[in-house]
Structure formats: structure tokens, C-alpha cells
Design a protein. Structure first.
Length: 417
């Protein structure tokens, strides 16, 4: 009996010992796993911190890059504004054929440099993901009329023909990003103009579809330029270039597509679509109001750069408007106490009191007079978010430098009816 009990006790001891050793082994494994988890957590936290730091460094680098490009844009566009503006005014004078040729060379070279600067800025914004749509109601007919006038003059200077056809079914007012649409049109037109030495360029806009409040427009620019072979895409190809790369990205943002057809020695045809929205604020939006005659209108020009001021004043004068000049924001505020003006062109970057601050003060003063003078910003920067900043500071619109008679005329027509 005792022997049996001893064996049972020994067996229980062996079993308990085995269980203890098993539990001890599991406990050690758990401790090992726990340490590994701690290590992994530390490494994960470290990795997250590194990612966070890298993200902050990237954001800071992008901000610094954007600020650098904005400053660079301003510094380059300021003298370009004087050069291009002066050449455009000289072309209106009675000058000889040789002199006119040299002036055109200066003007075209300056505009080419301006295109390069603008495209570099746009590529930078696209790479940083800072391109967003700014959907606003705009006058489609006026925008197209303005574009047609500009490109007609460019074709005339190059002695090539220009024809256009705009679908009459397109509403007078639509909602979309007017500036981006115009930029795409200009890029595609400049591309055709560059590679077309004779013949003509044609431009068409068609209402492709209309579903509820949404419409899709199709734009076509056709030229009789050098064209390309189907398999040929050299760096000199009319279907390559920085402007076209930017246009492709902008069209994608506008929910559209772009495609082309090109035949060597016959020309190229570019098509693109873009999505817009109908403006139901005016039931008769297909019928433009009759613009009134602009009589005795006074424009206030606020610009700290003497050359740019002279150019702008001469352009305004040639458009038969009266004008007053202010070289600082403080001068502008003082003038507005003594005289009435119908529109203000306001330079954004000025010493002491800049254009944004001056505009805010003007709007504050208007709360007592119940008046609203249109303020149009003049800027050389054109960075992402600028439009919103101008809106927040009481500005009605903005115009990019360099100024041109066509740009000024378009703005004056928009606000002074």
C-alpha cells in the first residue's frame, strides 16, 4: 500500500515538474516576445518620428521653394513688364519698317522668357500638389472674345490666317476655373503659332454635352504647321514641350481629356474637353446685356515702380480713360479722400503699406459711404492660393504682370459698363 502511494506521489511530482518546466518555458518565451514587442514599438515610434520629421522638412522645403519662386517671379516680371509694355506702346507709333522689326524681336524674346518663367512656376505648383480648381461664375463669351482678339493680333504679326467658330448653344455665363482654361488655350495656341510659318490656325468651341447643371465643352486648335510622323516625338516636335505638359495636367484637374492628331508637313490638331457648371442666377444667360458707353471714367493706378507706372498710365491713356497715380498705399488713401475714382489697379507688393493692407482699409472706409470701388490686384507672383488671399482682402479681381493693352481693356470692360 505504501509503495503504491509512493509511486503515485512520485508520478504526481514528475507531472507537476513537467508542467512547471513547460510553464516556465512558456513564461520565458512570453518574456522574449514582450521584449521583441517593446523593441518593435520603439523602432516603430522612431520610424514614425523620422517620417514626421521628413514630412516637416519636405513641407518646409516646399514652402521655401514656393517663396523663392514667388520672389524670383516678381524680380523677373517687374523689368519684363517695362520691356514688353514699352515695345507694345512703340508699335502703336509711326516708326520705320526696320525699327518695327527690332521692336518685334525684343517683344517676342521677352514674351518667350515670360512663358518660361510662368511654366517653371506651374510645374513647381503641380509637383507640390498645390494646383486646385477655383470654381467661379464667369463671362464665357467675354473671355473667348478677349482670347480671340489676342491671338488674332499674334497671327497678324506673323502673317498667318486665323479663323474661329464658337457654338451659339454655349451659355453666356458658366461656372469653372476661368484662369486655368485661359492658360491651357494660350499654351496650345502658342504651341501652334511656334510651329506654323504659313497658312492658318483655326479655333473651335463646341457644346459636347449637357446633363442637369453640368456641361462639357470641346475645344479644338488646328494649325498648318510642320506636323510630325506618328512614330516621331523628338524634342523639336510640336506635340512636346513644357507648356503642353502643364496643359495636360490642368485639363486632368478640370475633369477633361486631351488628344491630338498630327501629319508631317500638314499640321497638327489638338482637342481637349473640360467640365463646367451652369449658372442659373440669370435666366437669360444666353443673351449678353448691352454694354453702356464709358464716359468720364477715372482710373487710379497704385504702383511703386516708376517704369511700370509710366507704362500703365500710357496704356490707360491710349484707351481714352482719365487716370490718377499713387506710388504708395498711403498716397492712394489720401487721394481717395479728395477725388472719386471708378476703378483701382493696385500693385500687391509695395513698401510700407502693401496692396492687400491698402485694399482692406479702402473696404473699411466704404462701410460708411455705402460705395464699392472695384479693386484689381496687379501681381508678378501668381502662386497657389493668391486668388483667395485677394478675395479675403476685398479685391475684386487680379491681373498678372506684364500688363498689356488687351489685358487692361478686358478688365475695364468687365467692371466699367
Amino acid at each position: 500500500m505504501d509503495k503504491t502511494n509512493n509511486r503515485k506521489s512520485q508520478n504526481r511530482f514528475i507531472i507537476n515538474k513537467d508542467k512547471y518546466e513547460e510553464l516556465s518555458s512558456l513564461y520565458k518565451e512570453l518574456l522574449t516576445v514582450k521584449e521583441k514587442l517593446k523593441t518593435n514599438c520603439r523602432e516603430l515610434h522612431k520610424a514614425r518620428q523620422e517620417v514626421k520629421n521628413a514630412k516637416m522638412e519636405t513641407e518646409n522645403a516646399n514652402k521655401a521653394k514656393s517663396q523663392f519662386l514667388a520672389n524670383l517671379s516678381h524680380e523677373i516680371k517687374t523689368p519684363l513688364n517695362g520691356i514688353i509694355g514699352a515695345t507694345e506702346l512703340l508699335e502703336l507709333m509711326n516708326i520705320g519698317k526696320d525699327e518695327r522689326t527690332y521692336i518685334e524681336i525684343i517683344e517676342n524674346s521677352s514674351k518667350h522668357l515670360l512663358d518660361i518663367v510662368n511654366n517653371i512656376l506651374d510645374i513647381s505648383k503641380i509637383e507640390a500638389g498645390n494646383i486646385d480648381l477655383s470654381i467661379k461664375v464667369f463671362n464665357f463669351k467675354n473671355m473667348i472674345d478677349f482670347f480671340v482678339r489676342e491671338v488674332s493680333l499674334a497671327c497678324e504679326k506673323k502673317n498667318i490666317g486665323f479663323t474661329y467658330c464658337i457654338d451659339s448653344l454655349i451659355p453666356y455665363k458658366i461656372a469653372g476655373d476661368e484662369l486655368k482654361l485661359r492658360q491651357v488655350l494660350i499654351n496650345l495656341f502658342n504651341n501652334s503659332l511656334k510651329f506654323t510659318q504659313s497658312g492658318k490656325i483655326s479655333f473651335k468651341v463646341k457644346l459636347l454635352s449637357q446633363v442637369s447643371e453640368k456641361i462639357v465643352l470641346k475645344f479644338t486648335i488646328k494649325d498648318t504647321g510642320i506636323g510630325i510622323k506618328n512614330e516621331s516625338y523628338s524634342k523639336n516636335s510640336p506635340c512636346k514641350g513644357l507648356g503642353l505638359s502643364i496643359s495636360k495636367e490642368l485639363i486632368k484637374i478640370m475633369n477633361g481629356d486631351i488628344w491630338f492628331k498630327s501629319v508631317e508637313n500638314q499640321g497638327s490638331t489638338f482637342h481637349f474637353t473640360s467640365e463646367f457648371f451652369l449658372d442659373f442666377s440669370e435666366k437669360s444667360s444666353n443673351f449678353p446685356p448691352n454694354p453702356g458707353k464709358n464716359k468720364n471714367k477715372t482710373i487710379l493706378l497704385v504702383e511703386d515702380n516708376d517704369i511700370n507706372m509710366k507704362i500703365a498710365c500710357n496704356m490707360i491713356k491710349n484707351l481714352n480713360y482719365s487716370y490718377k497715380c499713387a506710388y504708395t498705399g498711403k498716397q492712394a488713401l489720401k487721394l481717395l479722400k479728395d477725388i472719386h475714382v471708378d476703378l483701382i489697379f493696385m500693385d500687391v507688393q509695395m513698401p510700407e503699406l502693401n496692396g492687400l493692407e491698402t485694399s482692406k482699409i479702402i473696404r473699411k472706409n466704404e462701410t460708411y459711404s455705402q460705395e464699392h470701388i472695384p479693386i484689381v490686384a496687379m501681381t508678378s507672383c501668381g502662386m497657389s492660393g493668391d486668388r483667395e488671399i485677394y478675395d479675403e482682402n476685398g479685391m475684386d479681381d487680379y491681373i498678372s504682370k506684364p500688363l498689356s493693352p488687351g489685358k487692361l481693356k478686358g478688365v475695364l470692360k468687365k467692371f466699367l459698363k
